[in-house]
Ligand binder design. Structure first.
Ligand code: HEC
Length: 112
C-alpha cells in the first residue's frame, strides 16, 4: 500500500512552489549589489518600466522610437528632471546596451 498517493508531477510542482520564491528573492538581492542585469528585459521590467511602461505613464513611453544608446546612456547616467540618475554601479554600460536593444523591440505608443 502506498502511504502517500501523490504523483511525481505533483511532487515536482510542490517542490517548485517552495523553491521558486527563494530563487526570486536571491536574484533580487543580487540585483542590488551587483551591476549586472540578466537581460535588457529584466532591467526594463524591474526598473525603467516602473515609470516608462505606457500603462504607468510617469515617464514617456520609450518603445519604437529608435532612441540611440548614447542618448539613453546620457539620460540614465545624468537623470533628467523627475528621472533619477543611475550610476554604473547600479546599471552598468553593458546593461544600458541591452536595455536599448530591448526598448527597440517594444511597440511605439503615441502619448498625448
Ligand atoms: C522614477 C521613474 C523613472 C525611472 C525608474 C526611469 N525613468 Fe526614464 N524618465 C522618467 C521621467 C519622468 C522622464 C521624463 C523627464 C522629462 O521629460 O522631464 C524620463 C525620461 C527618460 C528618457 C528620455 C525620454 C524622451 O522622451 O526623450 C529616457 C531615454 C529614459 N528616461 C530612459 C530610462 C531608462 C533606460 C530607465 C531604466 C534604466 C529609466 N529611464 C528609468 C522617469 C523614470
Amino acid at each position: 500500500m502506498k502511504l502517500f498517493p501523490i504523483s511525481s508531477v505533483a511532487m515536482r510542482a510542490l517542490a517548485a512552489g517552495v523553491t521558486l520564491p527563494l530563487v526570486l528573492l536571491s536574484t533580487a538581492a543580487q540585483a542590488e549589489s551587483e551591476p549586472q542585469w540578466r537581460s535588457g528585459q529584466y532591467l526594463y521590467d524591474n526598473v525603467c518600466g516602473h515609470c516608462h511602461a505606457p500603462e504607468v505613464n510617469v515617464g514617456p513611453s520609450l518603445g519604437g522610437r529608435g532612441l540611440p544608446e548614447a542618448y539613453i546612456k546620457a539620460i540614465v547616467r545624468n537623470g533628467f528632471n523627475a528621472m533619477p540618475a543611475f550610476p554604473a554601479s547600479y546599471v552598468d554600460d553593458e546593461s544600458i546596451a541591452k536595455v536599448t536593444e530591448y526598448i527597440a523591440t517594444l511597440p511605439l505608443v503615441e502619448q498625448p
